[in-house]
Design a protein around this ligand. Structure first.
Ligand code: GLU
Length: 575
């Protein structure tokens, strides 16, 4: 360990562009999340002797309080864990379709590309709710891979719920967007609205009922939901409101510990969630396709590179539509999709001078970036990347009376048209795009990253990884750099490309190749991540401008106690 700031922090290299936020650097541990209070919760747990798993889950519980529009304990997600001893596991706590749901449950509004159904009932209200797994996944992660009791890990979240938190401009904006449907649910409105309107920026939201619920979970564990009164409260609320979820299926809900999908790109190994998240498979696929071209020489934001990103995304999307669903119901050729051979084959189809169509894109796109993500690393080198959601802003908008607990609307992610790969079926695991990635170099943690953003997640994460490993950006630059996205329905370009040789020049060139350009303010959501600088061993944390994210770490260490202790010994303990 050296005492100088690692070049990975200061590196501007070829791309000397300023970032809106600044990174954090620390030697003992690092947590990044999309709300500073949540990063604080994780850091507190690290300082208290927890490992990265305890810290990440503490952060997630805190996010259910302070970023309530993004995640809940009856939601869906993936916890990607890589322990210092090399154990790598993905806890799949994604949501499942209720057993009473049939393929024709909803009345699709043609062409239903974006999963629209009559009266929006797959998105708002009780029928939109799928059986949620977050609490069980998180409790299991702490029990099996953490060091501290669940009650300790939940303590910061309970405190925040009890004492309240400040409404940020971001939260105020999302409440404003979701206002009409939030007003329909009294138990949601009474907490998150003020006199039926959005609370002002700076107002305090207190969540007493939710604090009570979390406190009981801290005492009784996840069984309070999966085998106890909280689960019964969900089932009763469903029965009273035409919902489908029964107590029995809450009791039968299972998490899966899945081996990660893996792939090498330029000597870096990506270790990440397999299906039912499609995300990481397509990230590996895209990066491998891109690796068939001299993309470093082309350069970030160059028309050639941006064109290749678009083409590789469209290819990934074509495959997603064809293959991706619950792995228990679909035959997914994972090894093939992530192979060098297939990437080379697909790369051959790409023309540099023109945009092409690769397949029909019948996938949902009506989405809000309503998910959250965090990463944590500890001194021992245990690392966690976890993304979790309730799907849309405030999910189904349903709060179970008396509990303060919001319910997800993950049923909107299912194809409402029967007979397709991702159509509704009883008990089916819902298809996700989440990509909480861990990247290894020489078998050591190098980087962990993730973002909300629905379908745009994997394109956004692939770009961030390429920004670091191909374009040599610092992590902070990599998460903040402008993004693009193309699923075959037009090429979205963030207006931030203006700072890279001009938006008009780039979009004009791409339009000349046949791309339909759509200028957008942002693609996907608030990305955060961390890096372990291979030279110094220091941790670098970064969060981007697209949400309220903040990196937080701690350095220092035990004091010296004997007169003879040398500076060398001090360096050893203080880092
Ligand atoms: N709605 C989620 C998001 O905004 C995505 C859900 C998923 O792909 O798992 O990121």
């Amino acid at each position: 360990m050296t005492n100088t700031l690692p070049s990975a922090v200061t590196r501007r290299g070829r791309y000397d562009f300023p970032t809106l936020k600044q990174p954090a650097v620390a030697s003992k541990g690092m947590v990044t999340a999309n709300h500073p209070m949540a990063s604080l919760a994780g850091t507190e747990i690290l300082v208290a002797g927890g490992n990265a798993v305890d810290a990440a889950i503490a952060t997630m519980f805190a996010l259910t309080v302070v970023e309530p529009m993004m995640v809940t304990i009856f939601g869906a997600g993936f916890v990607n864990i890589r322990m210092a001893d090399g154990t790598a596991v993905v806890i799949d706590n994604y949501a499942t379709v209720p057993h009473a749901a049939t393929p024709d449950l909803f009345d699709p509004i043609p062409p239903a590309h974006n999963h629209e159904v009559v009266d929006d009932v797959n998105a708002v209200g009780h029928r939109a709710v799928a059986v949620g797994g977050t609490l069980l996944g998180w409790a299991t992660a702490v029990e099996k891979y953490g060091r501290l009791p669940l009650a300790d890990v939940m303590a910061p979240a309970i405190r925040f719920a009890r004492n309240g938190f400040r409404v940020s401009p971001y939260l105020n904006n999302i409440i404003t967007l979701e206002l009409d449907s939030m007003r329909r649910f009294a138990d949601t409105a009474k907490v998150f609205l003020k006199d039926n309107d959005p609370p002002g920026v700076g107002a305090t939201i207190v969540r007493e009922e939710y604090a009570d619920t979390l406190e009981t979970i801290a005492k009784e564990g996840a069984a309070y939901l999966y085998h106890g009164p909280l689960g019964r409260a969900i089932a009763d609320d469903m029965a009273a409101n035409d919902g489908l979820i029964t107590f029995e299926e809450i009791e039968n809900y299972q998490i899966f510990e899945r081996p990660p999908v893996r792939g090498f790109v330029r000597g870096y190994e990506i270790v990440a969630p397999p299906p039912p998240s499609s995300g990481a498979t397509h990230i590996i696929q895209m990066l491998k396709i891109l690796d068939n071209f001299p993309i470093a020489e082309m350069g970030f934001a160059s028309p050639d590179y941006t064109h290749l990103l678009a083409e590789s995304m469209k290819i990934a999307f074509a495959d997603r539509t064809e293959f991706m669903a619950d792995p228990a119901t679909a035959d997914i050729p994972l090894d093939w999709l992530t192979s060098d051979e297939y990437a080379a084959q697909r790369a051959n189809e790409i023309q540099l001078d023109r945009s092409q169509e690769y397949a029909p894109t019948i996938v949902p796109d009506r989405e809000h970036t309503s998910t959250t993500h965090c990463t944590a690393i500890d001194e021992d080198g245990n690392v966690v990347a976890t993304t979790n959601t309730l799907h849309y802003g405030f999910g189904s908008k349903v709060t179970v009376p008396g509990t303060g607990m919001l319910l997800n609307n993950c049923m909107q992610l299912m194809d409402p048209i029967p007979g397709r790969t991702n159509s509704i079926a009883p008990g089916k695991r819902i298809l996700s795009s989440m990509s909480p990635l861990i990247v290894l170099k020489d078998d050591q943690p190098f980087m962990a990253v993730g973002t909300p953003g629905g379908l745009r997640i994997f394109g956004a994460v692939a770009q961030a990884i390429a920004n670091v490993i191909v374009h040599g950006m610092s992590l902070q630059q990599a998460v903040e750099a402008p993004r693009m996205w193309d699923r075959g329905l037009g090429l979205e370009l963030e207006q931030g490309f203006e700072g890279f040789g001009g938006f008009d020049a780039l979009s004009g060139d791409l339009a000349g190749r046949g791309h339909q350009i759509q200028p957008v303010y942002k693609v996907a959501g608030g990305m955060n991540g961390l890096m372990r600088d291979p030279e110094s061993g220091l941790f670098i944390g970064a969060a981007c401008w697209r949400a309220d994210g903040a990196p937080m770490g701690y350095s220092g260490g035990d004091g010296l106690i004997q007169q003879g202790d040398t500076m060398d010994a001090m360096r050893k303990v203080s880092g």
